[in-house]
Design a protein around this ligand. Structure first.
Ligand code: MG
Length: 397
């Protein structure tokens, strides 16, 4: 445990820079902060995309020192002193390394988060991480940088938060037999292969248990790609081989993941499907302040059920293990091909089962370098997007 993690409220509120403040995780992070004003203050807000009205409202509520927006032409619309409004990739970097920040929450989506995450770690900031690409594409680089700087990356994703919590008190790696990541199985868990080929984007966007997720992550949850990416993240965050990471389908989303120890004991973390809980744990770690968000009432819960994932109907999970084990830039290729395939599905240009087909073909088509650095990640990402798009246009309906 690093010294940073042991800060106490008596030192004054922990000062937070939030990258991705207007998205789903960003706004829920601000709810957690607002519920504990004695513990946290907001020193920086970075908004991606054009949600300036939301940003302006957040500026009024949290009075940050610095604000960053994506598009320089939007500067005039930000209701904040213009000399403290930064823009673009430079702005994200400045916010991630803000001298006044103790902890940086990375809740932006896509590759844009990788550089700021590395910069924040190098600047000695505590990191709470919700961005998937950072660990999927640059896991080795990012976790090595965190280790070198004595920083524990605090995962915000519910499954990784559950694993992290279930690992507290573990005597070490040799005590862990396997990590078991749970997934709801998505809205099509019970559909047959033929029905799967015909599902509509509208139907796929209805997630059964987690409210208010974005379109991409909801489709990823329906294909099980979301679990596959989480397996790759777990490999790096907890430094265990793929052979020791399993996925189990748990439709009720109450058990958020489990750790099986070598003695046969299994530790699980349970809670209502509310992202504010893993966010609150990531911010407060290693403490557990009292919170008044909705609680789990096990006397009111339906049965908790578990079943193995079906690789045949949901091949994205198998493709993720394949890319993860191959390592190098293949996880980047996997993630980029998935982005393009999901976008095509949402546009109506690809059927649901085509998503896995496009990803598999893109992985097969890749024969690039295996040197992992930021430039190589960006290059592999571009290549995979072009390759996937060409195949989608070429007719994989
Ligand atoms: Mg998750």
């Amino acid at each position: 445990m690093s010294d940073h993690a042991e800060r106490r409220p008596s030192e004054g509120p922990m000062r937070i820079a939030l990258l991705g403040c207007t998205g789903s995780i960003g706004t829920q992070t601000l709810e957690v902060i607002e519920a504990q004003p004695e513990r946290y203050s907001v020193v920086g807000l970075a908004a991606r995309g054009g949600r300036i009205a939301t940003l302006n409202e957040q500026i009024r509520r949290f009075s940050p020192l610095v604000v960053t927006i994506e598009d320089p032409t939007g500067r005039e619309t930000v209701e904040f002193p213009s000399d403290r409004v930064l823009t673009g990739a430079e702005g994200l970097l400045a916010l991630a390394t803000l001298p006044e920040a103790d902890l940086v929450v990375i809740a932006t989506s896509g590759h844009a988060a990788i550089r700021p995450t590395l910069a924040a770690l190098e600047a000695g900031k505590e990191i709470a991480l919700a961005n998937k690409e950072t660990i999927v594409c640059a896991g080795e680089l990012v976790t090595a940088t965190a280790r070198a700087n004595g920083i524990t990356i605090r995962p915000i994703d519910s499954e990784h938060s559950a694993l992290w919590q279930a690992l507290q008190g573990s005597p070490g790696h040799s005590a862990v037999r396997r990590l078991i990541i749970t997934g709801s199985g998505g809205p099509f868990r019970t559909l047959g292969a033929e029905e799967l080929a015909r599902v509509s984007p509208q139907r796929a966007l209805q997630h059964p248990t987690w409210p208010s997720m974005g379109g991409k992550i909801t489709i990823d949850s329906a294909t099980l790609m979301n679990k596959g990416l989480e397996v790759i993240e777990a490999r790096w965050l907890f430094d265990l081989p793929f052979d020791q990471i399993d996925v189990i389908i748990h439709p009720q989303s109450t058990v958020h993941s489990l750790v099986e120890y070598v003695d046969g004991s299994v530790m699980a973390q349970l809670g209502p499907p509310d992202m504010r809980l893993p966010i609150a744990y990531a911010l407060a770690y290693p403490e557990r302040p009292a919170l008044s968000f909705p609680r789990l009432d096990l006397t009111q819960s339906r049965d908790l059920t578990f079943e193995p994932p079906d690789d045949g109907r949901f091949p994205c999970l198998r493709l993720s293990y394949q890319a993860g084990r191959a390592g190098g830039l293949l996880p980047t290729v996997l993630s980029a091909a998935d982005d393009e395939a999901v976008a095509a599905f949402l546009r109506g240009d690809l059927d649901f089962t085509g998503i896995a087909r496009i990803i598999a073909a893109t992985l097969d088509g890749y024969d690039g370098t295996s040197t992992v650095n930021l430039e190589a990640i960006e290059e592999a990402d571009r290549w995979a997007r072009d390759y996937a798009r060409t195949m989608i246009v070429g007719g994989s309906r």
